[in-house]
Design a protein around this ligand. Structure first.
Ligand code: UGA
Length: 427
């Protein structure tokens, strides 16, 4: 099929690359000149394993094209995906990009098309968007909602092998067309109305953090009662009704999605007159987990971190991404700096992003280099390369052999045997 993707952000680029790989002719519209230039040279503006290669392959094959022009892209497109950002503005969803993109689509529509909203938008908004678009076109179109459920760092895997494809439509004929487009993609199908599809996205992005905050609350109790949170959550997750995923206790969730979608849902609930108290507690618990961790660091450093040099391993909000939005590292570093600590920080790919927002930190690509003469090692993002460090070497480098593990990745017995003071979370 001939497709257009509006917006070369995270979701847009992945969607475009995947549909091109599956044999469709795909245009991507991006209005940012710099981004467009880079994309045309095969450069992608963020780190995502495998995506650059897939884009280059399909661009060279002529299956994937980038343009600034809505007119050029959508002229022959049967399906147009709106993949622009919906950032948070004081807790509210900022829909300005959705409205400007759909206006441009309407103004350039020459033939009937299906317009699919992939951006995360408030449930029920499609009727408003439809009215808005009709102000700019007489050409008939259908609106649908197909939310995305991909994770950063695993975007291709999640898009090519998703758990489910949710198709939110008001007409059977549109469902048929979208089911056809997704035919080569496995996973369960759910066809529902567009408001339900949009709610599924918010509900999923609220439920997963609920599991995480629950696990984190249990981790604090585990610390107090001598239980191991990993074993506890493993046991809990063995119950099929609960499931094993998203029960990893640690420093809490970050990223560009969960925090943003939780505040949007809280805002929408408030507007609708509903007090979503569970979700408020999820948010609060997540914030408190960082304070809990920092208190641990201070305690293990002998009651004060003033003028102590500490190494923070990991800056991105999770491994395999350069994204530092709402990363726990930002909060941990800020709190430790407020308490007078001097921070050295390492990350395999996120240093240049972090340099834009973190001040007075020394950055190191090589963790061993950073560890020379420091007071403690603090694991904040569980990158694979930090899981397999040489602790015999580290013992000789650190001034005080203290390891505080935000994700329970290290083996306590082994570290203690080597002479380290070690603490994880709920361990
Ligand atoms: C999340 C969802 O998982 C995707 O399904 C969704 O499409 C995406 O948001 C989105 O709305 O765009 P993402 O933010 O990329 O994906 O990352 P996740 O892997 O879900 O992790 C989110 C945060 O939760 C990370 O900070 C991670 O460290 C934390 N987490 C995850 C835990 O603290 N414990 C866990 O057990 C799992």
């Amino acid at each position: 099929m001939n497709l257009t993707i509006i917006g070369a952000g995270y979701v847009g680029l992945v969607t475009a690359a995947v549909f091109a790989k599956l044999g469709n002719e795909v245009w991507v519209v991006e209005i940012d000149n710099d981004k467009l230039k880079k994309l045309s040279c095969g450069e992608i503006p963020f780190y995502e394993p495998g995506l650059g290669e897939l884009i280059t392959k399909n661009t060279s094959a002529g299956k994937l094209r980038f343009t600034k022009s809505y007119k050029e892209a959508i002229l022959g497109s049967e399906i147009i995906f709106v993949c622009v950002g919906t950032p948070s503005k004081n807790g509210k969803v900022d829909l300005s990009y959705v409205y400007s993109a759909t206006k441009s689509v309407a103004e350039n529509l020459k033939n009937p098309a299906t317009i699919v909203i992939k951006s995360t938008v408030p449930p029920g908004i499609n009727s408003k968007i439809e009215k808005w678009m009709k102000r700019f076109t007489k050409v008939s179109f259908d609106l649908a909602s197909v939310p995305e459920f991909l994770r950063e760092g695993k975007a291709l895997e999640d898009s090519l092998h998703p758990y489910r494809v949710v198709i939110g439509v008001e007409k059977k004929s549109v469902a048929k067309k979208l089911l056809q487009l997704h035919k080569k993609i496995p996973g369960k199908r759910l066809v529902c109305n567009s408001a339900s599809a949009q709610m599924i996205k918010y509900a999923s992005n609220a439920y997963l953090p609920t599991k995480i905050s629950f696990a984190n609350s249990i981790s604090i109790l585990c610390d107090k009662f001598g239980a191991k949170v990993e074993d506890v959550m493993k046991g809990v997750g063995m119950d099929k009704r609960i499931g094993p995923d998203f029960l990893a206790a640690g420093l809490g969730y970050g990223g560009s999605c969960f925090p943003k979608d939780i505040s949007a849902l809280l805002h929408l609930s408030k507007k609708a007159g509903y007090n979503f108290s569970i979700l408020k507690a999820v948010e609060k618990t997540n914030r408190k987990q960082v304070d809990y961790f920092v208190k641990k660091v201070v305690r293990l450093c002998g009651g004060s971190v003033k003028d102590k040099i500490l190494v923070v391993l990991g800056l991105s909000f999770k491994p395999d991404t350069s994204d530092i939005r709402n990363a726990r590292s930002l909060l941990v570093i800020e709190e430790l700096q407020e308490k007078g600590a001097k921070i050295r920080a390492c990350d395999p790919v996120a240093i240049s992003e972090a340099q834009k927002v973190i001040k007075e930190v020394k950055f190191f690509g090589d963790p061993y280099e950073a560890m020379k003469g420091v007071g403690a090692l603090i694991l904040v993002t569980e990158w694979e390369q930090y899981k397999n460090l040489d602790f015999v070497k580290i013992k000789k480098l650190l001034k005080s052999p203290i390891v505080i593990d935000g994700w329970n990745v290290y083996n306590r017995k082994r570290l203690e045997k080597l002479g380290f003071v070690y603490e994880g979370i709920g361990k």
